[in-house]
Design a binder for this molecule. Sequence first.
Ligand code: HEC
Length: 250
Amino acid sequence: MKVALRAASAALLVFVAAQVWLPPALAAEDMEATGKDLTLIFRSARKVISDNQDLINDASKGDKGLSAAAVIEQTKVNYQAAAGADLNLTDDGSPTAKARAALISAVQATMDEAQALINEQGKGFKGFLPAVFGGRVASNFSAAMAGTFAIKLTAPKAYVRNRANRPDEWEDKVIESMFKQPGYEKGKAYAEAVPVKGKAAYRYILPEYYGPSCLACHGDPKGEIDITGGKKEGAKLDELGGAISLIIYQ
Ligand code: HEC
């Protein structure tokens, strides 16, 4: 009798505790996997734009064949090549599945909206760059997932061109005091549970570096005007050039 009572009160305690200490929507290891996966989808999509930059800039062509469907198909190919597994878009009702689908929808909306611009014949450079595409995908995604997920393309403060991409305090701290340090492992993401505007959150940030193709605009000589009309940063090959920053609200 006494044992049964003790078991019952223990069960009650567990029940009460479960009510008070609501488990996070995603466990820590799931959040890290989600961070890795969403940033890889983002990069796989952006790569389609960078691989097709010459086509996009071709003044002699009208329809570029870069419909939303074509970009999403190629995103899946890029993802498969990088992850060694197919992009999983099955809706199992989890927050991660919702976020994956929302990211693909954000690519869809961004490309649908860009069709008139990129298919204009007689116009060469159209200002449709990987970073511009990335910025639009990020804001479409973050608007659709408001309060649950947010993604953003950012850069070291000294290199930011578009003010909308400025790092916030936490991003700036990670970029300057970790990513830019000589001993920091190249390409390694950093994650931390830290509130955002007073809301409990898990933050994940992935560093990115300038490759040879980036330097035509971001490289030397510093201050020279690039094809976009912006000023070159004077950055060097393999230098930290940006970061993809993800927030998972709890
Ligand atoms: C044709 C010129 C050009 C090339 C090539 C280029 N960029 Fe950019 N980049 C820009 C412009 C212009 C912006 C500002 C976009 C905007 O207004 O949102 C930008 C923005 C960015 C940003 C966002 C932060 C910011 O400054 O607003 C990152 C990160 C970035 N570029 C990294 C790269 C990397 C990495 C590469 C090579 C893989 C690259 N860029 C290639 C012109 C270029």
